[in-house]
Design a protein around this ligand. Structure first.
Ligand code: NAP
Length: 261
């Protein structure tokens, strides 16, 4: 599909793997210039290499998104490389799984930095460029847990909802120059899902890794877990002018998993 975003510049946070990488791939496939980031330089370089053949340029910047200075430097690098920023896509690392009794105060604050402040810092740093663009958008990758809680994911269940408050508020405050939306993945094949399945096996919820993975698929009407690109394609659409009247939306990309509207 031609989304009309060729030549636009996009920053995708936490994007050397998983859903961020799937989004970077979809955007670069449409000809956008994409700045990806992550902490591990080898993982980042290999993502940069793998995405190099697509229509848009892809540049990796080593970044820890729980560190404000790193995020400021990420945005500066994007402006230096491509002359501006038209779109921001925020993804993040996973936060520790577990129930209320398992989590420490330090983990609660850590989850807040990882999921909420990383998005706040990115938007704050990129806002002048987004407002100067004639196509500015922000798309936050969150989770279906913002609508229906999942067992043994208390930090994601509780903390991520702030990102939806941020998205809804920004969609009003930054209108009409910047559109702001969220996508809500359920289960997509990434190392995060591997981690959650392994935690379930360790807790004794499932006998094997395969049984654990199947239980995620069984919960999804389409009968399978998604791929990272299936999330990325929706992210690319929301960033494009094809979604020009969509702002403040929370779009599930979940194979029908959410039972509520
Ligand atoms: N996969 C799913 O089905 C699913 C469903 C709902 C919600 N989510 C949520 O969506 C987000 C992304 O999940 P995912 O599946 O893409 O995870 P993933 O496959 O584990 O990938 C995470 C990416 O984030 C980077 N990252 C982690 N911590 C970082 C940090 N502090 N600074 C910069 N980059 C960082 C990782 O690179 P480095 O480790 O090298 O930094 C990697 O590139 C997570 O918050 C996850 O909980 C995922």
């Amino acid at each position: 599909m031609n989304l009309g975003i060729a030549g636009d510049t996009v920053i995708v946070t936490a994007s050397s793997a998983g859903l961020g990488r799937g989004s970077a791939e979809a955007l670069a496939d449409e000809g956008a210039n994409v700045v990806i980031c992550g902490r591990d330089p080898e993982r980042l370089e290999s993502a940069e290499r793998e995405l190099a053949g697509l229509d848009g340029s892809v540049v990796g910047v080593e970044t820890d998104i729980t560190n404000k200075e790193d995020i400021d430097a990420l945005v500066e690098a994007a402006v230096e490389e491509f002359g501006g920023v038209d779109h921001v896509v925020t993804s993040a690392g996973g936060v520790p799984p577990g129930g209320f009794a398992d989590t420490t105060e330090k983990e609660w604050y850590g989850a807040f930095d990882m999921l909420v402040m990383s998005a706040v810092w990115t938007v704050k740093a990129a806002r002048p460029n987004l407002e100067a663009s004639d196509a500015g958008t922000i798309t936050c990758i969150t989770s279906t847990t913002v609508k229906e809680v999942a067992d043994d994911l208390i930090l994601s269940n509780a903390v991520r909802r702030s990102v939806i408050g941020l998205v809804k508020s920004l969609s009003r405050e930054l209108a009409p120059s910047v559109r702001v939306n969220a996508v809500l993945p359920a289960a997509h094949e990434t190392s995060r899902i591997e981690e959650l399945v392994e935690a379930g096996v360790e807790r004794g919820d499932h006998d094997t890794y395969e049984a654990g993975l199947q239980s995620w698929a069984d919960d999804i009407p389409l009968g399978r877990i998604g791929g990272p690109r299936e999330l990325g394609d929706v992210v690319a659409f929301l960033a494009s002018d094809r979604a020009s009247f969509v702002t403040g939306a929370c779009v599930p990309v979940d194979g029908g998993r959410l039972a509520s509207d």
